[in-house]
Design a protein around this ligand. Structure first.
Ligand code: BEZ
Length: 210
């Protein structure tokens, strides 16, 4: 069955470059980004893993654990890690699942047979501390992902979980936000005593809450 937003992320145990992982236990009270890449020793994947390693402090700041996956075995991941360090200037600093038996990629529907019947597509799952799936992205093998966008969505999710707001198109940290339509004007006055810009009754703009 396909995984949908709001579902509990399937739990699993797997071998990774940092030893065995029991997924839910490993996530603990953190957020998680689980992402798959098609294959070790491929150019786009090499740049993606290097960039994710570079961004580790940004993920840490947001209480997010990152875990990669491909269908290659752990010894291949480890040999490839040396290339990632050499070519991207950042050593792998997060676990990568060795999913040679395709157990996890099957659970998360990461193999799309009409694209490629053996390799995983570029999937991204953002999972919250309650283990709920909060974002699903699927990119083709030939397109490297934008990990600034992954961080942007995490910022939006963490902000909107705390306040009665949603984030508009192209929103970035610090930008104006929208009061959720489910909040009446009366209740909005209590939550946003500084008022809002009433573009339309359903489009009420406020500065980003702290
Ligand atoms: C890559 O990571 O470069 C890649 C992997 C599979 C197909 C095409 C590109």
């Amino acid at each position: 069955m396909a995984i949908r937003l709001g579902d509990i992320a399937p739990d699993f145990t797997a071998t990774t470059t940092q030893g065995p992982v029991t997924f839910h236990q490993w996530i603990g009270n953190s957020w998680c980004v689980l992402f798959s890449h098609p294959k070790d020793f491929t150019p786009v994947c090499t740049t993606e893993l290097g960039e994710t390693a570079r961004l580790k402090p940004e993920f840490d700041k947001r209480n997010v654990k990152v875990i990669g996956l491909s269908v290659d075995p752990a010894d291949s991941h480890s040999r490839w890690a040396q290339d990632i360090k050499e070519t991207q200037g950042h050593a792998l600093n997060f676990p990568v699942i060795a999913d040679a038996d395709r157990k996890v990629s099957g659970l998360y529907d990461m193999i799309h047979p009409n694209a490629n019947d053996t390799l995983t597509v570029r999937s991204v799952f953002i999972i919250d501390p309650n283990k709920k799936v909060r974002l699903i992205l699927t990119y083709p093998a030939s397109t490297g992902r934008n990990f600034d966008e992954v961080l942007r969505v995490i910022d939006s999710l963490q902000l909107t979980d705390k306040h009665s707001v949603a984030t508009p198109v192209n929103w970035k940290q610090g930008g104006d936000v929208i009061i959720v339509p489910s909040l009446s004007d009366e209740d909005a006055k209590k939550k946003f005593p500084g008022g809002w810009k009433p573009v339309k009754p359903y489009l009420r703009i406020v500065p980003q809450p702290k």
